[in-house]
Design a protein around this ligand. Sequence first.
Ligand SMILES: NC(=O)c1ccc[n+]([C@@H]2O[C@H](COP(=O)([O-])OP(=O)(O)OC[C@H]3O[C@@H](n4cnc5c(N)ncnc54)[C@H](OP(=O)(O)O)[C@@H]3O)[C@@H](O)[C@H]2O)c1
Length: 299
Amino acid sequence: MKFMDSRRRALLAVLAASVLPPAIAQTRRMTKPIPSTGEALPVIGLGTWQTFDARGDKTAQREVLKIFAEMGGRVVDSSPMYGAAESVVGELSAALGLRERLFMATKVWTSGAEGGVRQMEDSFQRMRVERMDLMQVHNLLDVGTHTRTLREWKERSRVRYIGITHYSASAHAEVERWLKAEAYDFLQINYSLGERDAEKRLLPLCAERKVAVIANRPFAEGSLFRKVKGKPLPPWASEYGIESWAQYFLKWIVSHPAVTCAIPATANPAHVRDNLGAGRGGLPDAAARRRMAEYFSRL
Ligand SMILES: NC(=O)c1ccc[n+]([C@@H]2O[C@H](COP(=O)([O-])OP(=O)(O)OC[C@H]3O[C@@H](n4cnc5c(N)ncnc54)[C@H](OP(=O)(O)O)[C@@H]3O)[C@@H](O)[C@H]2O)c1
């Protein structure tokens, strides 16, 4: 009898959760743990390539960063390769008083140990941080050299986490070799409904080796929107709290068990609001992910 009561209570709780009004369901910001430490990160972050390379008027970027933080976003990804982006992130996060709230990620993108150290020191200045949350080797450029520096910097707490990045399936085999050879906290890799190669070997490997995964190019640089232009969302998308194609693409990515977060880039305040919406309202399960991928592939 006791067993029946607890089962009934559990069933009632599930039913209650499923009928919560959207406003309540959407108040919970979803996070996932960084496997190497358990630290929780919100599943939607912010990329800065092109969108934060602003030299004159930075009103749009300021608004984007403000909304991003207000909606609970933390991971901001940049690189010395992205023009003024690191400086813009540093300047705006200081002006908005966000430094403590954000999880700052950038990269080293040069050859040689000394050049790498100089470039990383410059990134600290530009992003206005004493300690970088995540430093990544950009596109595996001189990765062996920089990994040695980064291991040492992590021991000295100059950086909290270290990782490697790439954006192309042509480099996935080399990425795999480095993941097996070194102990990285993070892999940042291209993964989306338009670029699924990472799920073959890299995502399972990261799960096995307890490496956090940041999905870059979540909209395949915006090309996914061109594919769905003028096409309606399937009626069942609302069951997963999906209100836009951006949320459809992002929820599909971050619901992969090995993915920690995705970093869509935008310079449009309405778009950052839309994207952060994908970090609320629950995630599709494995069957729903298959359904989403099938629907997308038939468009
Ligand atoms: N090797 C590497 O390390 C590497 C390589 C590639 C990317 N990355 C990182 O990953 C980040 C993301 O990748 P990405 O910048 O290539 O492309 P992306 O995030 O896949 O797509 C960005 C494009 O999507 C548009 N967009 C964003 N949100 C939207 C929304 N809600 N509705 C409609 N359009 C929307 C943006 O335009 P609007 O500005 O108009 O919104 C922009 O044109 C980069 O910024 C960078 O931080 C790293």
